[in-house]
Design a protein around this ligand. Sequence first.
Ligand code: ATP
Length: 202
Amino acid sequence: MMRLGLYGGSFDPIHYGHVRPVLKAVERLQLDRVLYLPTARPPHKAEGPFASPLHRFVMVELALLDHDRLQVSDFELVERPAYTVETLEGFAARFPEAQLHLLLGSDSLAAIESWRRWRDLFPLARVGVLRRPGWSRERVSGSASPELRAAIDGGDVNWIENRPLEISATEIRRRVAAGERLPGGWLPEPVVQYIRKYSLYP
Ligand code: ATP
C-alpha cells in the first residue's frame, strides 16, 4: 500500500522550514512520496499570494530537486479556491489503495476549524503535524476547542518531532523587498537566484 503525504501551502516562497520537517515526517511515517501542492488561491490568506502560481510551483521544484520522494503537484493550481477537503477527496478517488497523510504545520492545525468541512478531514487522512516555533503540541492542544481536541484525540494524528525552524515566508519577502541579506540556511540557493532573476518580491 502506498503511503502518500500531501502538503499544501502558498510556498511564497518555499523555504527550508517547508523541507526539513517534511523529511523528518517521511522518515517517521515511512512515506513513499510527498506531494507539495502550491495553491493558486489560498482560501485563508488575508493578502497575497505575491508571486504567481507558476513561479511558486517552479520554486517548489527547485527546492526539491535533490529529494526523489518529495515532488510537486499541480492539483491545487486551479482558478477557484482550493479546499483541502476536496483535494483529499480527489486523491482518495484517484488512488483508492493509498494511505493518505495530510501534512501541516502546528499553527495550521490550531486554525483548522476555519477550514471548509474541517471535520471531514480526519476520516479521509491521517494528519501529520509539523512543529512550528511558538506552536508546541501542548499549546495547540491547550488552546483547541473541546470539539477540535476531541477530533485530535479521536483521529489519527501524528506529531512529528522535527527541530523547530524559525523561518517564515513573510520575513523572507520583507528582507528581499528591503534589499537585506537572506541568512544562509533559510532557503536553497537556486530559489534565491530565481527570486532575484525575476524580481519576485520587489
Ligand atoms: P508565513 O511564513 O508567511 O507565515 P507560511 O509559510 O505559513 O507563510 P504556507 O506556505 O502556506 O505559509 O505554509 C505551508 C505549510 O507549511 C503550513 O501548513 C505551515 O504551517 C507550514 N510551515 C510554514 N513554515 C513552517 C516552519 N518554519 N516550520 C514548520 N512548518 C511550517
